[in-house]
Ligand binder design. Structure first.
Ligand SMILES: [Zn+2]
Length: 350
């Protein structure tokens, strides 16, 4: 086992519920954080400092100016770089003997099994229920604990869902549709609530990995910083829940290839099939003054009122769209540009 210097964790191993045995257990654990914005990056920050051996950081997004207010460890130098890569680099600087895998991708029903394979727990740092329901179904089918955590405005909700022993997400929050009026873009979000939510989620994850009991396995915790108030509501299974009370292997997931993200002004466009783009060649066909960021994994540029991020696997993120129709039309247009670029590259190399 690869451990940093013994004094690194001495204050933590002194805690009676941890000890050297607990540190060793955490060091051998693998955990996935889905979404590393305000909540997910805060959780990652504390989990890394608690000695978790492997953390998979999964996020589809890049760092934008409005994110710097709450993403732990991101600076202005990180603008327009993938959030997962920024966080992975910072955590590795902190502890180079642990593994912090950056996965710059959208979690869908198609890739959830692959991205989450072998994890001991999935921690939710997401801003949408569409993807949360995918995590919930993975948790049910693989019996992996799913730590639900969400923060918006000055409020947060946290619960540890571990079906069939506990209810699932669709038992307690069925049919939630992501709407602009409920998003952080409309309601705002304070860095104090995302930090607190990430901290409580990290502590709950650690106690779960150490097989310690937690109140959050039976109750949903709601925090309102305005009071501050803390409320607990009993988690109850829902009779006939279609997610956890039918054969999970027979379920199918149905996600469209274009989805609107938090605030509904950013669209995420998934490729129809796995692909591999040469971003450097694509960049050469774009006016240099419009390019905001170029790396091996992402090319970011300004196209009129839209900021376009093209990822190596063909996924495209477009900000500045007014709704689903515009996103769909622009998506088709961008796909043609990208595919046309690929054809040109193929012709050039033949
Ligand atoms: Zn359920």
């Amino acid at each position: 086992m690869n451990l940093p210097k013994p004094e690194f964790f001495i204050r933590q191993s002194t805690l009676p519920n941890i000890g050297k045995h607990g540190i060793a257990k955490l060091r051998s654990s693998t955990l996935a954080i889905a979404g590393v914005g305000g909540v997910g990056s805060s959780a990652a920050y504390y989990l890394a400092r608690s000695g978790i051996g492997t953390i998979r950081l999964i996020d589809q997004d890049i760092v934008e100016p409005s994110n710097l207010q709450r993403i732990q460890s991101a600076t202005r130098q990180d603008l327009y770089r993938p959030k997962a890569e920024v966080l992975s680099r910072r955590l590795t600087e902190f502890d180079s003997s642990a593994t912090f895998d950056a996965i710059v991708d959208t979690i869908t029903s198609r890739n959830a099994e692959e991205l989450l394979k072998g994890v001991d727990l999935v921690l939710d740092g997401l801003d949408n229920f569409r993807t949360r329901y995918v995590l919930n179904k993975f948790s049910i089918s693989r019996q992996v604990p799913y730590l639900f955590a969400g923060a918006v405005g000055s409020q947060a909700h946290i619960a540890l869902l571990n079906p069939p022993r506990t209810p699932c997400l669709e038992c307690i929050m069925p049919h939630v549709i992501d709407r602009i009026n409920d998003s952080c873009e409309t309601l705002g979000v304070s860095p104090t609530i995302t930090g607190l939510t990430g901290s409580i989620a990290a502590e709950t994850a650690i106690r779960t990995l150490l097989a310690e009991p937690t109140r959050l396995a039976t109750q949903l915790m709601t925090i309102d910083m305005a009071g501050p108030d803390v409320l607990f509501s009993q988690l109850l299974k829902r009779d006939g829940c279609p997610a956890c009370q039918i054969d999970s292997d027979s379920m199918t997931y149905d996600l469209s290839s274009i989805t609107l993200l938090c605030g509904e002004h950013t669209a995420n466009i998934l490729p129809p099939a796995n692909t591999h783009l040469d971003l450097h060649s694509l960049s050469a066909r774009i006016p240099a003054e419009t390019v905001l960021q170029e790396s091996e994994s992402v090319l970011v540029y300004q196209r009129g009122q839209n900021m376009i991020s093209i990822f190596q696997n063909g996924r495209i993120l477009v900000s500045g769209v007014s709704g689903e129709l515009e996103a769909t039309n622009l998506g088709r247009q961008l796909w043609e540009e990208v595919i046309k670029g690929r054809d040109q590259l193929a012709r050039a190399s033949s």
